[in-house]
Design a protein around this ligand. Structure first.
Ligand code: ZN
Length: 301
C-alpha cells in the first residue's frame, strides 16, 4: 500500500515538473511585466488569477518615452514573460537587452499595418523634457480591432506558458474581445453621423484611431499642461486655413487659458485619453467609453 502511494506521488511529481516547465506547481502565478497600461489591462483580463501583472512606470510618466532605472530593467529581465507593444513603443526596450525567449511583441503579426506618419512633429519643451515623434506611429490599441489582436497574442503566449489553463484564457479572451468590439462598433457609429468632420489632434497619437474610424484628423504637437508658444498658435491658424476644424482632441484636460483662447478661434476642446498609463479612475474600458462619449459631441450638430 505504502509503495503504491509513493509510486503515485512519484508520478505526480514527475508530471508536475515535466508538463509545465515555467510554472512547476499548480497555483503558481506567472510574473508578467508589461510596457504600458493597455497591455496590463489585457493581460490581467486574460490571465486572471494565474498571472501577476507588473507595470512599474509611475503614474505621471508617459510610458512611451519613459526610461526605467537599472533595478527596474533587472526586474523586467527576471520576469516569466515580458509583454511589448511593438511599433517602437517604449524606446527604452530597444536600448537594453531583454531575454528574447521571454519577450512577446503583441503587434508583430500586423507589422504590415503599422502607420508611418507623414507629418513631422516639433519638439516639446515641457517638464517631461524634449521629445520628438519618430515616423512610426505606436498608439496601436486606439484601433480596437488591433487591440483585440494584441490581446489574442497575449492569450496565445499565456496558453503556451500554462497549457492547463489554456481554455480559461481563451474564454477570458473571448469576453475581452466582445467588450473591445462593442466599443469599436460604437466609435464607428459616432463617426458615421458626420464622417467629413475635420478634427485636430493636439498631439500626434491618434493615427490608428483616425484610420480605423475614418477621422478626418490633422495633428499639432501640444501638451495639455503647457501653454503653446506664439509660433505654435500661428501654426494652428495656418493649418486651419486648409483644415477648418472646430474640435481639438486632447490626451487629458488642457489648461483653462488654452481652452478659452481656442474657443475664441472657434475650436472646442475634447478629451480622448489614449490611456497609455494607469488612469486616475476606472479601467481601460471605462476610459475608452468616456472617450467615445466625449468624441460624440464633435459629431453631433
Ligand atoms: Zn509628443
Amino acid at each position: 500500500m505504502k509503495a503504491a502511494v509513493t509510486a503515485v506521488l512519484f508520478v505526480f511529481v514527475v508530471y508536475a515538473f515535466s508538463s509545465s516547465p515555467t510554472a512547476a506547481f499548480a497555483g503558481e502565478k506567472l510574473t508578467v511585466y508589461v510596457v504600458n497600461y493597455p497591455l496590463q489591462y489585457f493581460t490581467e483580463r486574460i490571465g486572471g488569477r494565474h498571472v501577476e501583472v507588473v507595470f512599474p512606470a509611475s503614474g505621471n510618466v508617459d510610458p512611451a518615452s519613459w526610461m526605467p532605472d537599472e533595478a527596474t530593467i533587472a526586474a523586467y529581465q527576471k520576469a516569466d514573460l515580458i509583454v511589448l507593444n511593438g511599433a517602437n513603443y517604449a524606446r527604452w526596450v530597444g536600448k537594453v537587452s531583454l531575454p528574447r525567449a521571454k519577450t512577446v511583441n503583441t503587434s508583430s503579426k500586423f507589422k504590415a499595418e503599422y502607420i508611418s506618419s507623414a507629418e513631422v512633429t516639433t519638439h516639446s519643451h515641457g517638464p517631461g523634457g524634449k521629445h520628438a515623434h519618430e515616423s512610426l506611429a505606436f498608439t496601436t490599441w486606439l484601433d480596437l480591432d488591433l487591440a483585440a489582436r494584441q490581446a489574442e497574442r497575449i492569450a496565445t503566449v499565456l496558453g503556451r506558458k500554462l497549457p492547463e489553463k489554456k481554455e480559461e484564457f481563451e474564454r477570458n479572451l473571448a469576453a475581452l474581445t466582445r467588450d473591445l468590439m462593442a466599443l469599436d462598433g460604437e466609435l464607428k457609429g459616432i463617426v458615421a453621423k458626420a464622417p467629413g468632420t475635420p478634427l485636430i489632434g493636439s498631439h500626434p497619437v491618434y493615427d490608428y484611431l483616425a484610420r480605423r474610424y475614418g477621422l478626418k484628423l490633422r495633428s499639432v504637437h501640444w501638451e495639455p499642461d503647457e501653454t503653446p508658444s506664439l509660433e505654435e498658435w500661428n501654426n494652428l491658424t495656418h493649418l486651419r486655413k486648409e483644415h477648418l476644424a472646430r474640435w481639438m482632441l486632447w490626451e487629458e484636460e488642457p489648461l483653462p487659458g488654452v481652452v478659452r483662447k481656442l474657443e475664441k478661434l472657434g475650436v472646442k476642446s475634447v478629451v480622448f485619453d489614449p490611456a497609455g498609463n494607469i488612469p486616475a479612475s476606472g479601467d481601460f474600458l471605462a476610459v475608452m467609453k468616456e472617450n467615445a462619449r466625449n468624441l460624440r459631441a464633435a459629431y453631433e450638430k
